[in-house]
Design a protein around this ligand. Structure first.
Ligand code: DC
Length: 203
């Protein structure tokens, strides 16, 4: 039986960690849809044309370990405004969502565009400053030299592009449950998500 959980929100709000924990808790498959856009962005940085790169994407492309850099994140956010790029990635995401045994998809437009019929929709958010601080600590731990100010500027630029684009902009679905992690640690945020999903599963 399919059971689809859509988790959307801005960069570094905690949706990745919540998605991984929730999928492990319920034994569901997990797709980080940002990786699709990152893989296209990485190909564009290497000289490819965005739409052709999206149409030719393979699951292998999602495994590259260069997809987590700030440069690739910005490139992902830029290719994500192109309607044909988004269209090329829809079928794969919808098929994943409907697989037997349950699926968690996290991204920006899962509850609004990709899976408007999802069984559970969560919108995970936090203030830009708190998100930038988390991302700064993550990047510093990996040896990146970006300053706090660089990371905050990056987060704000990506928010503005993701929220203001014409095509599938980042926003909460009307029936999404909002989890604001500004003042929540990750355990508390995961506990809230699990509670919402359990209530929906037994309904
Ligand atoms: O979640 P992330 O930071 O890995 O996403 C990278 C970029 O990809 C993000 O800034 C916007 C785009 N994206 C999107 O437009 N739609 C999605 N469902 C997921 C990501």
């Amino acid at each position: 039986m399919p059971f689809t959980i859509a988790i959307d929100g801005p960069a570094a709000a905690g949706k990745g960690t919540i998605s991984k924990s929730v999928s492990a808790h319920f034994g569901f498959a997990h797709l980080d849809t940002g990786l699709l856009y990152r893989a296209v962005g990485a190909k564009v940085l290497a000289g490819a044309e965005p739409v052709a790169a999206a149409e030719a994407l393979t699951p292998e492309d999602l495994k590259s370990d260069t997809l987590r850099t700030p440069e690739v994140a910005q490139a992902a956010s830029k290719v994500a405004v192109i309607a044909e790029v988004r269209a090329a990635l829809v079928a794969f995401q919808r098929a994943f969502a409907l697989r037997d045994g349950g699926a968690v998809l996290d991204g920006r437009d899962i509850g609004t565009v990709i899976c408007p019929e999802a069984d559970v929709k969560l919108f995970v958010t936090a203030s830009a400053e708190v998100r930038a601080e988390r991302r700064f600590l993550e990047l510093s731990a990996k040896g990146h030299s970006d300053t706090r100010a660089d990371v905050l500027a990056d987060v704000k630029a990506r928010d503005a592009r993701d929220m203001n684009r014409a095509e599938a902009p980042l926003k909460a679905a009307e029936d999404a449950v909002v989890i604001d992690t500004t003042d929540l640690d990750i355990e508390a945020a995961v506990a809230q998500a699990v509670q919402v999903i359990e209530a929906r599963r037994s309904a």
